[in-house]
Design a protein around this ligand. Structure first.
Ligand SMILES: [Zn+2]
Ligand SMILES: [Zn+2]
Length: 174
């Protein structure tokens, strides 16, 4: 997701460009569908301000049943990209050198949203993804996916210390 802002940087502060993000950007294995949405880029004093509404689809793994499932979400990205080079003089600009990570417009006047999008996707992911709110998870004894049907293990009524042993006995008698 790269945008050349060379023309925009020649224009006065406040000028804008809008882009549609079509599904032409190939998604990686993490997001097979690829992102889509709208990007608005505003010329600021030091660079450009990017405002984007992006729909992404990611493949997550359910924390209970360990099955992969797709999850789509809508992200609002707002980041300022600072110019590394003064367009009129061609000289490099001193950028603020604090620890805050900053996004830079590269020497070719290209704004690359991929890294920003990656960070927003990670921040949006749930800590414990669930394929469905009422996912039943896996049986503690046999590992059966309880969403597919209840197994014969009576895991609920058994003392947890005996479960592992019961599991061994079950496999041994087969
Ligand atoms: Zn699940
Ligand atoms: Zn079971």
């Amino acid at each position: 997701m790269q945008y050349n802002v060379a023309q925009l940087l020649r224009e006065p502060t406040g000028s804008t460009r809008s882009f549609l993000v079509e599904r032409t950007f190939a998604g990686g294995p993490e997001s097979p569908e690829g992102p889509q949405g709208e990007v608005r880029i505003l010329r600021t004093h030091q660079g450009v301000l990017v405002n984007a509404e992006i729909q992404v689809e990611a493949n997550l793994t359910c924390s209970r049943c360990l099955r992969g499932f797709p999850r789509s979400s809508s992200l609002h990205i707002e980041e300022e990209f600072l110019a590394a080079v003064d367009f009129s003089t061609g000289r490099s600009i001193d950028l603020p050198s604090d620890d805050e990570p900053i996004f830079i417009i590269d020497e070719d006047n290209v704004v690359d949203l991929s890294e920003a999008l990656r960070q927003y996707v990670i921040a949006d992911e749930p800590m414990k993804p669930l394929c469905q709110a009422e996912c039943l998870g896996l049986c503690h004894v046999c590992g059966n996916d309880l969403n597919q049907g209840i197994c014969k293990c009576d895991a609920g009524s058994m003392d947890p210390r005996w479960r592992a042993l019961a599991g061994l006995l079950n496999t041994g008698s087969d």
